[in-house]
Design a protein around this ligand. Structure first.
Ligand SMILES: [Zn+2]
Length: 142
């Protein structure tokens, strides 16, 4: 089981119910994207349907780098929900100008270090209510 509700910004929402569904489409092709305000050019993470700086609801999608830097992480070894295999690594990854709350996969937690480079490796999670695939950002050491 790979579904991490805590790092899911739009749980179970389909393209008919959120204009931010594009984030899943791009993740499916291996790209992490977010929104940028068309009025004041502010970029946000997570993606936003309206700007927190100027309240405009006009935005465009911009791709973020496919690599980031491990800013902070914590390892969960016990208390995992049934069906989850531990340990789980939750992390804040600096990607461009943003800090993305995410998970580190395919890594030995003992070998992780603050400041190391990690690369995007999207993980498929629960489908939306219409059965369309959804993805979340995850990272792994290079
Ligand atoms: Zn704005």
């Amino acid at each position: 089981m790979t579904y991490f509700r805590a790092v899911d910004p739009f749980p179970l929402e389909s393209a008919e119910h959120t204009k931010l569904h594009e984030v899943y489409t791009r993740l499916a092709s291996g790209r992490l994207a977010t929104t940028r305000c068309l009025e004041c050019r502010t970029s946000a993470w997570p993606p936003r349907g309206f700007c927190g700086e100027c309240a405009s609801d006009r935005f465009e999608w911009v791709d973020l780098p496919g690599e980031g830097t491990l800013h902070a992480f914590t390892v969960q070894e016990t208390g995992l929900p049934a069906g989850f295999q531990g340990p789980r690594v939750f992390a804040i990854v600096e990607v461009g100008e943003h800090r993305v709350f995410s998970v580190i996969v395919d890594a030995d937690p003992a070998r992780l270090a603050i400041g190391q480079r990690v690369r995007l490796t999207p993980i498929r999670v629960a489908d939306d209510p219409r059965g369309n695939a959804r993805w979340l950002p995850a990272f792994t050491p290079p």
